[in-house]
Ligand binder design. Structure first.
Ligand code: TRP
Length: 448
């Protein structure tokens, strides 16, 4: 056994692992994307489809990815190689670890830019920023989009905050950061939801999110739900594998996975209720993404008593969500550098910072000065998003399902998962058949 594997750290306990994995999973995806997808694509019909994709595809795959990490007990490349070797599989499987590590850094390069916008708006909120009209909200957002210098500055700040945590170590950096931020995130979310209930139009938000509008569900919507289940659970990019590699042998993988899935879904739903109760209270249109979070909401906050305080809390919530996710995108590569290249963790972390920082600068510029440089019609920002979430994540997920379902010896899988009887066969069958089929379907649809 490799020296580095013997001396590796482990999370303080099972709950620490659950917390950091929820931290990875709950991110911009849950707050930026999920509420609007739900409201505009079928309400509770979408929620139902999303829950099914989470349970039938996301959960089995989450379990499989943690399982590889813990069985291999090393960074994603080492974990793939060791588990493949144990079952007589090819060394080519190491590529899955590579794809994950690289993919995670690519995601981070644009994730950090978007998170930087959040830091910008948090600072605005702290200095009492108000927008009176929709026009003003739009122009202040556009001012940021047109200013690559300002954007790069916030990207630098956010990336430094993220890498600073990872540089401190697995337990004294990543675990502690999550132990502070995740309870904070939940507390703020509950406060915001209560405030939305008191001061907003909760009943309109409820109908938007939960009325069963089956007519809005098209095949595209179903595929979008599956894709989102994937992104939201941080699957296929080595992040979960790396976190799983620090999990002690006694903890139940299935039990921890259930917690992660439940918490992530709950956050998305609560965020939706909070956000839309404020949106509808002012007769504003529910929109998507940056328009919703950085234009509509600041407008709503500006017109409410107490809006100043709650806008600070809201952007803090989004920052915590993004920060804990970004941390998990750095760890796989840093783990590989420290374990396989014998580089000190701090050096590995700041080297990674440099690579992601440079790519992130390109992303900032691709939204304004370089907007005309396109490949297949996409600028760098959209291109990176497409490459990672439409191509790399599904392909790695597919490989992981096939690997655990068909390549790893069943005895090894059974020993690691500590699940017996019907529950084991159910998970195993779904992983071997339904999961690969569903991912292949989503993948080819996305490329049409
Ligand atoms: N799950 C995060 C979100 O919803 C994004 C994310 C974090 C991620 N780590 C990941 C996506 C690893 C893929 C792989 O915002």
């Amino acid at each position: 056994m490799r020296q580095s594997i013997i001396s590796r750290s482990t999370w303080s306990n099972r709950w620490a692992f659950i917390l950091v994995t929820i931290g990875s999973s709950v991110g911009l995806g849950n707050i930026w994307k999920f509420p609007y997808m739900t409201g505009s694509q079928g309400g509770s019909a979408f929620v139902l489809i999303y829950l099914l994709s989470i349970l039938l595809i996301g959960l089995p795959l989450l379990i499989a990815e943690i399982l590889i990490g813990r069985r291999g007990g090393g960074n994603p490349v080492a974990a793939m190689l060791d588990t493949a070797e144990e079952s007589g599989g090819s060394a080519w499987w190491g590529l899955v670890g590579w794809a994950g590590m690289i993919g995670a850094l690519l995601i981070l390069s644009y994730y950090s830019v978007v998170a930087g916008w959040i830091v910008d708006y948090l600072c605005k909120a702290l200095t009492g920023f108000r927008v009176e009209t929709a026009e003003a909200a739009r122009s202040s957002f556009e001012a940021l989009m047109d200013n690559p210098l300002r954007m790069s500055l916030w990207h630098t700040v956010f990336l430094t905050m993220t890498v600073g945590v990872v540089a401190r170590g697995v337990v004294s950096g990543i675990e502690i950061a999550n132990k502070i931020m995740m309870p904070g995130l939940f507390l703020i979310l509950v406060l915001l939801t209560l405030w939305g209930w008191k001061a907003g139009d909760m009943s309109a938000a409820w109908h938007f999110m939960f009325d069963f509008r089956v007519g809005e569900v098209t095949p595209d919507v179903i595929l979008a739900a599956v894709g989102h289940a994937f992104f939201s659970l941080s699957l296929g990019m080595g992040a979960i594998m790396a976190y799983g590699s620090y999990l002690d042998k006694k903890s139940s993988i299935v039990h921890t996975s259930l917690w992660v899935v439940a918490a992530g879904t709950l956050v998305g739903l609560l965020a939706g209720l909070a956000i839309f109760s404020l949106t509808f209270r002012h007769g504003l249109e529910p929109t998507a993404g940056a328009g919703l979070i950085l234009q509509t909401l600041p407008l709503a906050f500006s017109h409410m008593p107490g809006g100043g305080v709650f806008s600070i809390l809201f952007f803090l919530l989004v920052l915590f969500a993004a920060w804990t996710s970004a941390i998990s995108l750095v760890e796989p590569f840093v783990a590989w550098l420290t374990e396989n290249q014998d580089i000190r963790r701090s050096v590995a972390a700041w080297g990674t910072w440099l690579a992601v920082w440079i790519l992130g600068l390109g992303v900032c510029l691709s939204l304004n000065r370089w907007a005309d440089y396109r490949l297949f019609g996409l600028n760098l920002f959209d291109g990176l998003d497409f490459l990672t979430s439409r191509i790399m994540m599904p392909l790695s997920g597919l490989a992981i399902a096939i690997f655990v379902g068909w390549v790893m010896r069943r005895a090894a899988v059974e020993e690691e998962i500590q699940l017996r009887g019907k529950a084991f066969s159910a998970w195993y069958h779904v992983l071997r058949t339904l999961v690969p089929l569903a991912i292949a379907l989503v993948f080819f649809h996305a490329l049409r």
